[in-house]
Design a protein around this ligand. Structure first.
Ligand SMILES: [Zn+2]
Length: 413
């Protein structure tokens, strides 16, 4: 093993060790007694079920992470990257075709590896806790559509990146960045109206008290009701949620039908107000710009190491190439990405507080937001007492009790 390989492997193991520690600490952090805030919302039995759910998902997550790491090591030290590179070059079609074959094969392998976990997660784990409503047919169709979409959208972009790096010389990373940034913006822009309807059905809110109340609220903050939709989340899961996505005229708020079935109209207005808060504070747009900046930094760093022999040696690959370089650089960078992920999760939690605050202030009814969050948390069996390390690593939303405390603070101010 080369010194670079040893360093990369050590860094990967260190990241895994922190993740495992967070998962185990989180299990020990589960408390048998119901927090005072949730007395009367959770009954004893449901509360125990939420903890059992946390244990079951943690166990499944640990197995998955272990298998992923073992598979990567087996492929790496078994000479998989070199074998695949030879196979891709054997077609004799130049750097772009070889790259597409190489990357396509890796995508296929990782999809196959993740498939048993997806099946288990949906049809065993989620089903055991009463969440799953996905039929095998929907499951298979979702996967096929996802793969077709990845090929149709990712294929041409990848071909462009490979061609630019093969021919554009020193400024290749800059050209690639421009191409990827433009592409990301266009795809994000049309995704809510062109891509998401491939998976879900969006319908306008039906007439009635809810629509009237939402209309009144939306008008008060100048958000168009034309951008509010009901989504058939119940076709896949009994979980309830809402989200805001897109920007410009394609922006939309989706309320899951499961959410509408569970919350009172006032609570739904509060949830909608939270999503409008994400829009008003431009969280989606900022997130997209952040991701574009991130891509630029990655491409620049890639341009610095893509020709270095030590990178290929570390992964037992004989010849340097853009396609192998991209993948190996991705593995090399994974620990740094994990650190960045912590910062991004913190940013996302800050956005959630901002959207909650917006909802509490503009509806003037923080109590409705608190009531909605409590109901959602029971319905989704959220862990009420996650360990702070796990929150820091992974939570895109603040833990429920902290969110409620923050909303109460707005209400009293
Ligand atoms: Zn939110």
């Amino acid at each position: 093993m080369s010194p670079a390989a040893a360093a990369i492997l050590l860094a990967l193991l260190a990241v895994r060790a922190v993740e495992i520690a967070a998962a185990l600490l989180n299990l020990r952090h589960l408390r048998p007694e119901i927090p005072a805030e949730m007395e009367g919302v959770y009954d004893r039995e449901a509360y125990e079920r939420s903890q059992e759910y946390a244990r079951a998902t943690t166990r499944a997550g640990l197995v998955r992470q272990g298998v992923d790491l073992a598979a990567l090591c087996a492929f790496w030290f078994g000479g998989g990257f070199q074998a695949l590179d030879e196979l891709a070059r054997a077609w004799g079609g130049g750097p772009v075709l070889a790259g597409l074959i190489f990357l396509g094969a890796l995508l296929l392998l990782s999809t196959l590896l993740s498939l048993p976990f997806a099946v288990h997660g949906t049809f065993v784990l989620e089903a055991r806790f009463g969440f799953n409503r996905t039929t095998p047919r929907t499951f298979v169709l979702d996967r096929l559509k996802g793969l077709a979409l990845a090929l149709a959208l990712g294929g041409p972009l990848l071909a462009a990146v490979l061609a630019i790096f093969a021919h554009a010389g020193r400024s290749a990373w800059l050209l690639c960045w421009a191409a990827v940034a433009a592409y990301t913006l266009v795809v994000q822009f049309v995704a809510p109206t062109w891509i998401m309807p491939l998976f879900h059905t969006f319908t306008p809110l039906p007439a009635g008290e809810l629509r009237e109340r939402i209309e009144r609220y939306a008008a008060s903050v100048r958000f168009s009701l034309e951008n509010v939709f009901l989504m058939d989340g119940s076709r896949r899961s009994s979980r309830s949620n809402a989200f805001f996505t897109g920007f410009g005229r394609h922006r939309r708020i989706a309320l899951f039908d499961t959410l509408v079935a569970q919350l009172a109209p006032g609570e739904l207005v509060a949830v909608l107000a939270h999503e409008v808060g994400h829009y008003v504070r431009r969280h989606v747009l900022k997130g997209t710009l952040l991701s574009i900046a991130h891509t630029g930094a990655m491409l620049w760093a890639f341009s610095l190491v893509s020709g270095r022999q030590w990178l290929y040696e570390a992964f037992l690959v004989e010849r340097a190439s853009v396609h192998a370089g991209l993948v190996l650089f991705g593995i090399l960078l994974a620990p740094a990405e994990a650190v960045l992920g912590v910062a991004l999760a913190a940013w996302s939690r800050r956005n959630e507080y901002e959207a909650d605050r917006f909802a509490a202030e503009t509806t003037g009814a923080p109590g409705e937001m608190v009531a909605a969050l409590k109901k959602l948390s029971v319905q989704n069996l959220s862990n009420l007492t996650p360990h702070p390390l796990l929150v820091a690593l992974r939570y895109s939303h603040p833990p429920l009790l902290e969110r409620i405390a923050a909303i109460r603070a707005v209400g009293n101010a």
